[in-house]
Write a protein that binds this ligand. Structure first.
Ligand SMILES: Cc1cc2nc3c(=O)[nH]c(=O)nc-3n(C[C@H](O)[C@H](O)[C@H](O)COP(=O)(O)OP(=O)(O)OC[C@H]3O[C@@H](n4cnc5c(N)ncnc54)[C@H](O)[C@@H]3O)c2cc1C
Length: 836
């Protein structure tokens, strides 16, 4: 075994070997993979081998797409049979909501280039003669996917990697990891040490054990997953003997199972409720090719439904039941990318569809390691999308929940309930008493919208469909009522958002944004350093606020910060709550080594209450002796003000486009400020409002969000950030690449669109946009603009279709609507209300 390498990959499952392969393919032949036992002896050997292209996530969808294409090429390249069978994948729909989900997904698929077609019940029967199509509304089919033999795939990847010079050390266990002063690593194994620049952790069910070696609480805990293989069925054998095609993979989403042909019989895999976590503290040191005792009782309702749907499944005996560990993260997507807080340490962990994702994950991670950046937006799988709150107790609940929800409907407004509430701002109870219906982001509870007192969804609107998984609502909340019905269309809360917007537009509203990520950047070098990190000019005057973007080295947009200069050598940075660890990790890793700049985290120390609306000045002026008049407190400035006996840094900005202040205050003073504001506002009709109303209003202002309109895939200019990006200010991160990108020519242009003729379903983001039959763009956000009375979408379209007034079409849930490109910031384009 070599003692020096550029990169050491830990773990010889399909994910580790695919990573090794792609590092070698990109030219790093001096790489080694270390596996404690035999290749595939973790989870990979017993996987059912399905390769589902279906995924609602933009990041994961692209990863799966790459894998399926690549696996086909791999067999040709290595001459090894990977057992890839392109039999296609048919997903059945029994309910109208499920069909909506498929139609929504079809938008994601079209925009990332995944082929998906619809099938009628008759077409399903023709493709799968043994299925009973009673009660089936239709299906979607992925003609390009199917299944593969995971162990053969891994061996082919290993061959491809070795052919490019990579080494694989089997029966070698990593026992320690030590970072050196220069950022390189010493990987200790039971066979000796390896010095390397980069370490990639691909340790499957051992992820948390590996994390312990470097002080990382990796948010992965596996769950038990079972599938059943039957004896051969004479009818299937006969069908094949007569030259019949192999059956496609069948998924009955509404009963939470998948089925495929296996050696003349059938394989049935089930995602049931109640499957327990396993290996919570990691597998045993001796664990190898390990299975658990099967638990058929848990599967029975699904087995019954499978027999009803495919009667021949019940006509043959069971050959074997596999019960193995499958790694899960709290949201069910893998974690692929840099570890937080450590340089040159990479994670490719938490894969629950690891056979499907391995190729794409290895491909993007190799780019990230070698080129410094992936080429697709990886926010959906970035390890830093979870924070320190995602510890053992939380993970146990969330992993089981993620598993149980693999086949449930992924409504856009779905808010899962496990491990909640976890992080609560002090005003949580007050908001709850005012009717808040909460959602969770990064562990924080935030009001999504407000229900009238005593409101609940009428019983006849709940779970109208007879399926095993289709709950169209969360359970009753702290009020004992079910107040929200989820939908891909305008749902029960839609009119209440209208009321909230009306209050903010005509009177004054209060929003809790305490979840914002916050930090201070201080020190003698702070200004120069921030200037080199951000594309906008850094505020030079104390109290001045600027919106600043941190770009990638290629000129895409990585992060967005509101920056306020608070003292001669101090800046306050605010960014999206969901990206706290992501944003701060990038900043921290880029801090100068000389200690001249410090980053002081402040998220948990400061609460944020947003007061917005034309009467917000009247309300706040009652509580402070600071002159709030326009002359002395201008838009885009901030000041420390007293609020009764408390104080806050009042920033005259907001995300809704009305007069207003964000009150950033010591978190322990939140409730006194809350009460004072609500009391003072009573005479002006103040009401609380939630994130969803804010989202409607930001669409009318064409305000962009990461990772939607702003992404590493689009240049800052393509995203229309010209006002905030100043290549003439001197060097900054990504500047030269951005200028070259523009010279090469933009591929996309950010636009705002009005959608015509919509009656009950607005765009949500990810819808395909057409000119005639040509796909010319994708919606990145969408919803209803209450102040304009228009259905709106923000979108990225090809530049030749971006002119004002261009008529295009957008597909929403399978129907085409006319859409016109309208002026950016259609509500109050001159910002008169913000400046008032
Ligand atoms: C029943 C079942 C069915 C499944 N079906 C499918 C399917 O149809 N399609 C699909 O895409 N996915 C499926 N999966 C999931 C799939 O099996 C996993 O996502 C995938 O195998 C994960 O691969 P991996 O390389 O991340 O982990 P593993 O295969 O577990 O590999 C991790 C490796 O790391 C090694 N390792 C750990 N620590 C160390 C150390 N300190 N030193 C050296 N080596 C170390 C381990 O020995 C192990 O070999 C299924 C899972 C189960 C349980």
């Amino acid at each position: 075994m070599k003692s020096k390498a550029r990169a050491v990959v830990i773990g010889g499952g399909v994910v580790g070997v695919a990573t090794l392969y792609h590092l070698a393919r990109k030219g790093w032949s001096d790489v080694i993979l270390v596996e404690r036992r035999e290749l595939t002896s973790g989870s990979t050997w017993h996987a059912a081998g399905l390769l589902p292209l279906f995924n609602m996530s933009y990041s994961v969808g692209q990863i799966h797409k790459y894998s399926v294409r690549f696996y086909r090429e791999l067999a040709q390249e290595t001459g090894m049979d990977t057992g890839f069978r392109q039999v296609s994948n048919v997903r059945l729909a029994r309910t109208k909501d499920r069909w909506d989900e498929y139609m929504y997904y079809a938008g994601v698929a079209r925009t990332i280039g995944v082929n998906v077609v619809t099938m009628t019940a008759g077409e399903i029967k023709a493709a799968w003669p043994y299925v009973d199509v009673e009660g089936i509304l239709g299906a979607i089919q992925h003609p390009d996917d199917g299944y593969i033999q995971p162990a053969d795939l891994t061996q082919a990847l290993a061959r491809g990697a070795r052919d490019r010079g990579a080494e694989i050390a089997r029966n070698t266990t990593v026992t320690g990891l030590a970072q050196q002063g220069d950022g390189s690593w010493i990987v200790s194994t039971d066979q000796g040490d390896i010095a390397c620049e980069h370490v990639v952790s691909c340790t499957g069910n051992f992820a948390r054990r590996t994390g312990e070696m470097v002080g990382l609480d990796i948010p992965v805990i596996p769950v038990e997953h079972q599938y059943i293989v039957t004896e051969p069925h004479p009818a299937i054998q006969e069908h094949r003997a007569d030259g019949g095609a192999e059956l496609c993979v069948l998924r009955e989403s509404d009963s939470s199972w998948y089925m495929r042909e296996e050696a003349g019989g059938l394989l049935l895999g089930i995602y049931e409720k109640g499957a327990p976590c396993c290996y919570v503290d990691g597998p045993d040191a001796t664990s190898e090719y390990e299975l658990f005792q099967e638990d058929v009782d848990r599967l029975m309702p699904h087995i019954d439904s499978a027999i009803e749907r495919v009667p021949c499944f019940g006509e043959v005996g069971v050959k074997k039941i596999y019960n193995g560990a499958i790694a899960y993260t709290p949201d069910g997507s893998p974690i692929i990318g840099p570890a937080w807080g450590l340089k040159n340490f990479w994670l490719n962990e938490g894969h629950s569809f690891g056979v499907t994702a391995a190729g794409g994950a290895g491909w993007q991670l190799a780019k990230w390691i070698i080129d410094g950046e992936p080429t697709i937006d990886m926010m959906g799988v970035d390890p830093r999308r979870f924070g320190p709150y995602a510890s053992r107790g939380y993970l146990k609940q969330k992993s089981e929940e993620a598993y149980a929800n693999v086949f449930t409907m992924h409504y856009p407004d779905e808010e899962r309930v496990a491990a909640r509430p976890l992080k609560m701002a002090p005003c949580y109870d007050r908001m709850a008493a005012l009717g808040a219906v909460f959602g969770a982001v990064y562990g924080w509870e935030r009001p999504n919208w407000f229900a009238p007192a005593g409101y609940e969804v009428p019983a006849q609107e709940l779970d109208v469909d007879d399926t095993l998984t289709c709950h169209n609502h969360p359970p009753a909340d702290h009020t004992g009522r079910i107040r929200e019905r989820w939908s891909f269309r305008r749902s029960n809360y839609f009119p209440f958002l209208g009321e909230e917007v009306k209050t903010v537009h005509e009177k004054v509203g209060l929003l809790d944004m305490s979840a914002f990520a916050k930090c201070f950047v201080t020190g003698p070098g702070a200004e120069a350093w921030l200037d080199g990190m951000m594309a906008n000019r850094i505020p030079k005057t104390i109290g001045r606020i600027r919106l600043c973007h941190m770009l990638t080295a290629r000129g895409g947009v990585r992060s967005e910060f509101t920056i306020c200069k608070t003292a001669p050598e101090a800046y306050y940075l605010v960014s999206a709550g969901a990206f706290e660890r992501h944003d701060h990790d990038y900043l921290e890793k880029a801090l100068p080594a000389d200690g001249g700049v410090r980053l002081v985290p402040a998220t948990a120390d400061l609460g944020v209450l947003v007061l917005a609306g034309p009467r917000s000045r009247d309300v706040l002026q009652k509580l402070t002796d600071t002159d709030l008049s326009n002359d002395s407190f201008k838009w885009l400035t901030g000041k420390r003000i007293s609020v009764g006996p408390a104080h806050a840094d009042a920033l005259r900005i907001n995300f809704v486009g009305e007069l207003g202040w964000e009150l950033h205050h010591p978190i322990e003073m939140q409730n006194i400020i809350f009460d004072l504001v609500m009391d003072a506002g009573a005479e002006f009709g103040i009401k609380p409002f939630g994130i969803r109303a804010m989202d409607c209003m930001r669409l009318e202002k064409s305000y962009r969000l990461i990772p939607r309109e702003l992404s590493i895939e689009y240049s800052a200019f393509e995203s229309g950030l010209d006002r905030f990006v100043h290549p003439d200010k001197g060097q900054f991160l990504g500047r030269d690449a951005l200028v070259k990108w523009r010279q090469r020519g933009d591929k996309w242009r950010f636009v705002t669109m009005e959608i015509h003729g919509v009656s009950d379903a607005d765009a949500r983001g990810s819808e395909a946009i057409y000119k005639g039959e040509d796909l010319v763009g994708r919606a990145t956000s969408g919803g209803y603009g209450w102040r304009l009375g228009k259905s709106l979408a923000l979108a990225m379209v090809k530049p030749q279709h971006a002119a004002l007034g261009t008529e295009l079409e957008i597909a929403i849930l399978g129907d085409r609507y006319k859409a016109t490109i309208i002026e950016e910031c259609p509500f109050d384009p001159d910002n008169e209300r913000l400046r008032a």
